[in-house]
Design a protein around this ligand. Structure first.
Ligand SMILES: N[C@@H](CCC(=O)N[C@@H](CS)C(=O)NCC(=O)O)C(=O)O
Length: 209
């Protein structure tokens, strides 16, 4: 049985969503962020030394890092769902977005979050970060185009991974009507029954400021 070590208001919500999409049975071990620091509790370090979420435990096999987790779960339990056939252009595109989500899209979002805490001293850097963030959102919007999902007509792990940076941007006001395609895309993802079931399993999901 897959156990998801789930931190409230975090990236691990998308792991629950993936498992719901695939119909894979799983258990949720819930952890609460410290309200002052927003850090995960120390107990998570007993599961994986970095003490971050998500982490999964699949019959003793510990997998951390959400991109690695979605690839592992789709390969192990997906029965061909959630990833395009290996060796195809679509598979390469799915792989690209899985890595882009954490490797590129999150960078300006997190930099902005932290720079905003510094105050006036952040000014010059903040404007550069905002340029990168705007470019990132415009890029994803243009790549999505008129497709329902990032790799065409079918939901893949690329959409699961990219949902978090887009939610992160939306909750902070960076994803607005300037990007109508992305706003509609996020609404489409959120309307999926599996997404809604995952919210029920994970508990309240507010990406706090
Ligand atoms: N790139 C990692 C990021 C993991 C990460 O930073 N998780 C956050 C939750 S969204 C966390 O555990 N924060 C609490 C902490 O660092 O104490 C992934 O995608 O798994």
């Amino acid at each position: 049985m897959v156990i998801v070590h789930h931190l409230n208001n975090s990236r691990s919500q998308r792991i629950l969503w993936l498992l719901e999409e695939m119909g894979t049975p799983y258990e949720v071990m819930r952890y609460e962020r410290d309200r002052a620091t927003m850090q995960a509790p120390a107990e998570l370090r007993a599961v994986h030394s970095l003490g971050k979420s998500p982490v999964i435990d699949d019959n003793g096999l510990i997998v951390a890092e959400s991109g690695a987790i979605v690839e592992y779960l789709a390969d192990t339990y997906g029965h061909g769902q959630m990833v395009p056939p290996p060796g195809t252009a679509a598979a390469l595109r799915s792989n690209y977005w899985v890595h882009y989500a954490e490797g590129s899209a999150m960078t300006p979002l997190l930099l902005k979050l932290y720079l905003n805490r510094i105050g006036d001293a952040a000014g010059a850097m903040l404007s550069r970060v905002q340029t990168q963030l705007t470019a990132m959102l415009a890029y994803v919007e243009s790549e999505l185009g008129a497709n329902p999902f990032l790799v065409g007509d079918t939901l893949t792990i690329a959409d699961i991974q990219m949902s978090f940076p887009l939610e992160f941007a939306a909750v902070r006001g960076d994803l607005d009507a300037t990007y109508p395609g992305l706003v509609a895309y996020l609404a489409r993802l959120h309307a999926r029954p599996a997404y809604q079931r995952a919210l029920g399993r994970g508990g309240p999901y507010e990406l706090l400021r």
